[in-house]
Design a protein. Structure first.
Lengths: 386, 172, 384
C-alpha cells in the first residue's frame, strides 16, 4: 500500500465572525499550507474539501461554491461530509485519493463560516433532527449534548466539577495558540461551574461556541513527500464508523462508533497497546465532557475512568498522555470542519517539534486526532507518526 | 510550521460592525419547503398516534422490539413487518433542563427534553419527547412517566399528538 | 489483488414522478435489497464500506449523512457521504478499493425531488448569494446563456438540439423503468413555451424520484459474488469555475477534463473507436451534444448533425442514451450519474431486454451536477 504523509499545513485565526467570505477563508488556509511546503497550486493533483452543513452558509451545494477558493479550478475536486466528523474525515479522503494510486499530491481544505446564519447559527441545527418524529418538538442542538452528558454522568457517577477540568485545561492550553478565540490562562473550575446554565447539565463555559475559520494540509505519496520535506508526518492509520440514525435506541453513555473507528485505525497502524504507543491525543471536544467520552471510546481510558485522568493531571501537556495540547475546540474555537482539521495540523506541528509554546516535551513520535458528529453517531480517527 | 508563522489571517468582526453598516452585508431568507412522504413504517406510526397508540416493530431474527417502527431491521437487514402496540408509559433514560430555545432565546421555565424508553419495547429503545406538567427538580433518570395525549378531536397523526410525558402515579 | 475494480451488483427503485407510498429510506431499502441479491451477498457480513451521495438542501435535512446507514445495512460500518453526483460516489468507491484496505464497497444515490415543494428556489440557492442571487433570475438562465453561446460557437441548430429530445424520449418508450417515454416530433419539442430562450419547456427534463445502489469489489473477490462482473477501467472528475463570471461559456470543460482523466486511466488513445456506446448528461437537451463534443466523440459542431443523421440512435454507430437519458428517466438530481452507469452495466451484461445493443464491450457514463455547477464525472466500464 502506498504510504501517505502530511507535508504542509496552514490555518486562519478562528473568530466569532470573520470579515472574510468562505472562499477567502479557504484560500487563506490553502495558500498558507502550500507556502509551508514551498509548493504552488500547480503542484496539486486533486483537492478535497470538508465543510459542514450548507444551512449555515445559506448556499446549496456549498462545496461547489467553495471549490475555487479551495484551489480546485480545473482540477478533480470532491467534498466529503460526515457532520462534525468531517474535519478528521477530509484528511482520510485525501489519504484514499493518494493511497489509491490515482494522485500523488493532494490539497485538503476544511472551512466553516457559521456566522452567515442570522441571528445565531445554533438555530440551523433544528434541521438535523428527523423531520417527522422529532422536529415538531422544536429540538435544540443543546438537547442532544445535554442528554448525552447527563447519561454519561449518571452511568458512571461523574460530577460536573470533574468534567469542568477539561474546559479549564483546554482553554488554558489555547492561550498559547496564535489562532485561538477562547484562550484563557486564568480560567478555574469554579468559573465553569458558575457560568450560566444553558441546558442542565451544560453550562455556558462547558461549550465551544460557533466560529468561522479554515485549515488546510497538503498530503503526498512517500517518494514525493521525502523530496518536499525532511520531516514528513506519516498517516499510519485511518478509521471511520457510523452508527444508526435511531439515536434514541442506543445507550448514549458510550460512543461505540468511536471505538470501532479507533480499532480500524489501530489495526492499520499496527498498534497493539494504544495507551503506550500513542503520545499525543487530540479528541473532539465541542463540549468538555466529550473529551472524556471520546478518550474512553478511543480505548485510552477505561469506561467511566477518563475524568480521573484529567483531574490527576495525566492529560496536561507535560503529563503522561497529553490531550488537546492545542487547546482543542473549547480553547481554539469551533468552526466545525476546520476544528477537526486543526487537530490534524496540531499533531503535524507537534510531531515536527514546531508547536512553539504548545510543544509537548519528550519528542512525541505518534499522535491521534479524532472527530465526532451527526446525532451522536460518527467517529473519525487518524493516527500520524514520524 | 506553526512557530515559524508570524501572522495568521482572519479578521474578526463584531455584531455592531454589521448593524452599523461599517461592513457591507446582504440579507436573504431561504424558502425551503418540503413535504416528506412518511412511507409505510412512519405512516403507521403516525396513524397509531392519532388513535392514541404508540407503535413499535418487531424483528423476529434479532428478537427485539424497536420504536419508532421501520421496515428494515438495521442489525440483520431483514424486513420488519410486524407492528407491535406498545404502552404509553415508560422510563426516563436521560433528560435535560433547557433554558434556551432552538432559536437561542432565553426562557425562565425550562423545557425538559428526554429520551423515554417505552414500555413494551426492548431495553434502551425509546423516543425523544418532552417531560412536562412537573416540577423540574423532580425529574430524574429512571423516573417512570406516562404520555399526556391531546384530546382525540385535536390529534393530527403527529408526534405532537402527545403533549408531553409526565410522572406516572403508581398509586391507583 | 486490488489493482482492478468491478461492479458486482446493481439495484434500483423507481423511477417515477412521485413515490408517495414510500419514504426515501424505504425507496433506498428497495434498491439496496435488489443490489445485494444481484451480488449474492449479505451487507452485514460482506460489505466493508459504503459511500452515499446527497445534498442537504435536496433532502430538507441538515447533516443528511446521519440518515444514510440503516436502510443500506451499513450501521456501525465505515460510511461517508460525498457532496457530489453518483459518479463521484462510484469513483470514491474505486479509490477505497484501490487503497487495498477495502474489498467490497457499496454506493447509493437517490432523488425524492417530488418532496421538495420549492425545488426551483432551493436550486437557486446554489447561486452566488452576493453576486448572482439578487438578480432573481430563474435558474434556467444559466444553461440558457451556455446554450446560446454553444449554438453561436458551433453552428449547431435548435432543430438539432430538439432531435436529441426526440431520440431520448423515444428510447425511453422501451425502457420499463423510464416514466417519460414519448413519441414526439421535432415540432412538438420546438413549439414548447420558451423558458430561458433558447431553452423551452420541452428541452428541460422533468424531475423524478428513485434510488440506485451499486456494489463494487476488488478483482480478487469478484468471482465469489458474480460471474458477470463489469470492470471499471477509468474514472475521472473535474471542477471548472463555480463563479459564472469566470466561465468560458459554450464549452463543457469539466466534461473534457473528466473524460481526459478517465481515458488516460483506461489507456485509451482514441476513445471514439474504443467505446461502443455512451450514457451522457441530457438534463438540458443541448447538453448531450455539448458533452459529446467536449469528450472528443465528435468535433465541435458535428454532434448535432450526427444526431440528425441517426449516428447516435440505438441502431447507429455510437448509441447515445439508449436508456432514454435524464429526458426519459427524469432528472434524478445527484443520482443521475448512477442512472447512466446503471444502463452501461445492464448493456454490458446483456440484461437490457428490448433495448439491448449488439456486441458491446465498453461503455462510458458521464454526468453533470446540475445548475449552476460546472462539475462533472466520467466512468468507463468494460465487460471483459
Amino acid at each position: 500500500m502506498r504510504k501517505v504523509a502530511v507535508v504542509g499545513a496552514g490555518m486562519t485565526k478562528f473568530v466569532r465572525r470573520a470579515l472574510e467570505t468562505g472562499k477567502e477563508l479557504s484560500w487563506q488556509a490553502a495558500r498558507m499550507a502550500l507556502e509551508s511546503c514551498e509548493l504552488t497550486i500547480d503542484d496539486i493533483d486533486a483537492v478535497c474539501l470538508g465543510t459542514a452543513p450548507d444551512s449555515f452558509d445559506g448556499v446549496h451545494m456549498n462545496g461547489e461554491y467553495l471549490s475555487d477558493g479551495s484551489g480546485a479550478w480545473r482540477k478533480p475536486f470532491m467534498r466529503s461530509y460526515v457532520g462534525g466528523g468531517t474535519g478528521v474525515f477530509v484528511p482520510i479522503q485525501g489519504w484514499y485519493h493518494v493511497a489509491s494510486g490515482l494522485f500523488d499530491i493532494v490539497l485538503v481544505v476544511a472551512e466553516e463560516k457559521m456566522s452567515s446564519y442570522y441571528p445565531h447559527a445554533q438555530a440551523a441545527f433544528l434541521t438535523i433532527f428527523d423531520h417527522t418524529t422529532e422536529r415538531p418538538l422544536k429540538p435544540n442542538l443543546l438537547w442532544i449534548f445535554a442528554l448525552e452528558m447527563n447519561r454519561y454522568m449518571q452511568t458512571y457517577g461523574i460530577t460536573k466539577a470533574e468534567i469542568a477540568h477539561v474546559a479549564v485545561k483546554n482553554k488554558r492550553n489555547a492561550a498559547d495558540h496564535p489562532c485561538a478565540l477562547l484562550g484563557d490562562p486564568n480560567l478555574t473550575v469554579e468559573d465553569v461551574l458558575n457560568s450560566e446554565v444553558l441546558a442542565w447539565p451544560v453550562n455556558r463555559l462547558d461549550v465551544s461556541p460557533v466560529s468561522d475559520g479554515a485549515v488546510a494540509v497538503v498530503l503526498a505519496v512517500e517518494h514525493v513527500a521525502t523530496r518536499i520535506t525532511d520531516k514528513p508526518v506519516w498517516i499510519e492509520g485511518v478509521g471511520w464508523n457510523l452508527d444508526t440514525a435511531h439515536w434514541t435506541n442506543r445507550d448514549l453513555a458510550y460512543p461505540r462508533y468511536v471505538e470501532f473507528a479507533a480499532r480500524m485505525a489501530y489495526e492499520m497502524a499496527g498498534i497493539k497497546e494504544p495507551r503506550r504507543e500513542i503520545h499525543i491525543v487530540e479528541p473532539y471536544d465541542p463540549f468538555d465532557y466529550k473529551e472524556l467520552h471520546h478518550l474512553e471510546g478511543l480505548l485510552l481510558a477505561d469506561r467511566g475512568k477518563a475524568p480521573q485522568m484529567v483531574v490527576d493531571g495525566v492529560t496536561q501537556r507535560d503529563g503522561d498522555l497529553p490531550v488537546c495540547p492545542s487547546g482543542g475546540l473549547l480553547g481554539v474555537g469551533n468552526p466545525i470542519a476546520a476544528a477537526g482539521l486543526m487537530k490534524i495540523a496540531e499533531i503535524f506541528w507537534q510531531l515536527r517539534g514546531e508547536a512553539g509554546a504548545r510543544q509537548v516535551p519528550g519528542q512525541p513520535k505518534r499522535g491521534l486526532a479524532q472527530a465526532w458528529g451527526d446525532l451522536m453517531q460518527v467517529g473519525t480517527v487518524v493516527i500520524m507518526g514520524r | 510550521m506553526s512557530d515559524q508563522i508570524a501572522v495568521y489571517p482572519g479578521t474578526s468582526l463584531s455584531e455592531d460592525d454589521i448593524l452599523e453598516g461599517k461592513v457591507l452585508s446582504i440579507h436573504d431568507k431561504l424558502d425551503g419547503r418540503y413535504a416528506w412522504d412518511t412511507g409505510i413504517a412512519i405512516g403507521q406510526y403516525l396513524a397509531g398516534l392519532k388513535e392514541g397508540l404508540i407503535l413499535g416493530a418487531y424483528c423476529a431474527t434479532c428478537r427485539k422490539t424497536v420504536v419508532p417502527p421501520r421496515i428494515v431491521c438495521e442489525w440483520c437487514f431483514r424486513p420488519m413487518t410486524r407492528y407491535v402496540p406498545l404502552k404509553d408509559t415508560g422510563t426516563v433514560n436521560t433528560f435535560s433542563l433547557c433554558y434556551v430555545t432552538w432559536d437561542v432565546k432565553r426562557i425562565k421555565k425550562p423545557e425538559i427534553p428526554a429520551v423515554i424508553e417505552i414500555d413494551g419495547a426492548s431495553p434502551l429503545h425509546g423516543i425523544l419527547h418532552k417531560v412536562g406538567e412537573i416540577d423540574p427538580s423532580e425529574v430524574h433518570v429512571g423516573m417512570r412517566v406516562k404520555a399526556v395525549w391531546k384530546p382525540p378531536a385535536e390529534r393530527e397523526g403527529a408526534i405532537t399528538d402527545i403533549i408531553c410525558f409526565t410522572k406516572l402515579n403508581t398509586e391507583v | 489483488m486490488h489493482d482492478r475494480v468491478a461492479i458486482i451488483g446493481v439495484g434500483w427503485s423507481g423511477f417515477r414522478p412521485v413515490t408517495p407510498e414510500l419514504s426515501y429510506k424505504e425507496l433506498i431499502y428497495e434498491a439496496a435489497v435488489k443490489a445485494y441479491a444481484d451480488a449474492n451477498l449479505d451487507p452485514r457480513k460482506d460489505i466493508e464500506s459504503f459511500v452515499t451521495v446527497a445534498e442537504d438542501f435536496y433532502e430538507g435535512t441538515s447533516i443528511f449523512d446521519e440518515y444514510t446507514p440503516d436502510q443500506l445495512g451499513a450501521v456501525l460500518k465505515p460510511v461517508h457521504t460525498i457532496g457530489g453526483d453518483g459518479l463521484h460516489g462510484l469513483a470514491t468507491a474505486c479509490m477505497l478499493i484501490l487503497t487495498g484496505q477495502f474489498s467490497v464497497v457499496a454506493v447509493e444515490g437517490h432523488s425524492k425531488a417530488s418532496n421538495v415543494k420549492t425545488l426551483p428556489q432551493v436550486i437557486g440557492y446554489a447561486q452566488d448569494p452576493i453576486l448572482n442571487r439578487p438578480l432573481r433570475f430563474n435558474n434556467h438562465f444559466i444553461p440558457g446563456l451556455d446554450m446560446n453561446r454553444y449554438l453561436f460557437d458551433t453552428g449547431t441548430s435548435l432543430e438539432q438540439c430538439a432531435s436529441v429530445i426526440v431520440k431520448n424520449r423515444r428510447n425511453a418508450l422501451v425502457n420499463p423503468s423510464a416514466p417519460y417515454g414519448a413519441d414526439l416530433t421535432l415540432e412538438d419539442v420546438l413549439s414548447g413555451e420558451p423558458t430561458a430562450w433558447p431553452l423551452n419547456s420541452h428541452q428541460i427534463a422533468h424531475h423524478a424520484d428513485g434510488a440506485i445502489v451499486i456494489v463494487l469489489a476488488s478483482a480478487d473477490r469478484v468471482h465469489s459474488f458474480t460471474d458477470k462482473p463489469v470492470w471499471v477501467t477509468g474514472v475521472g472528475w473535474c471542477n471548472d469555475s463555480p463563479a459564472l463570471e469566470n466561465r468560458e461559456w459554450g464549452e463543457a470543460i469539466y466534461a473534457r477534463e473528466a473524460a481526459r482523466m478517465a481515458f488516460r486511466q483506461a489507456g485509451m488513445l482514441n476513445p471514439g473507436r474504443a467505446i461502443d456506446f455512451v450514457e451522457v448528461d441530457d438534463v438540458y437537451g443541448y447538453k448531450e451534444l455539448q458533452s459529446l463534443e467536449a469528450m472528443g466523440f465528435f468535433r465541435r459542431g458535428e454532434a448535432g448533425k450526427a444526431t440528425e443523421e441517426g449516428f447516435t440512435h440505438p441502431d447507429g454507430e455510437l448509441p447515445v442514451n439508449v436508456s432514454g437519458g435524464s429526458q426519459g428517466f427524469g432528472d434524478l438530481l445527484d443520482a443521475n450519474g448512477l442512472a447512466r452507469a446503471l444502463e452501461v452495466v445492464l448493456q454490458l451484461r446483456g440484461e437490457a431486454g428490448p433495448r439491448q445493443l449488439e456486441s458491446v464491450s465498453t461503455g462510458l457514463a458521464q454526468s453533470w451536477r446540475g445548475v449552476p455547477s460546472a462539475s462533472g464525472a466520467v466512468v468507463i466500464m468494460s465487460g471483459e
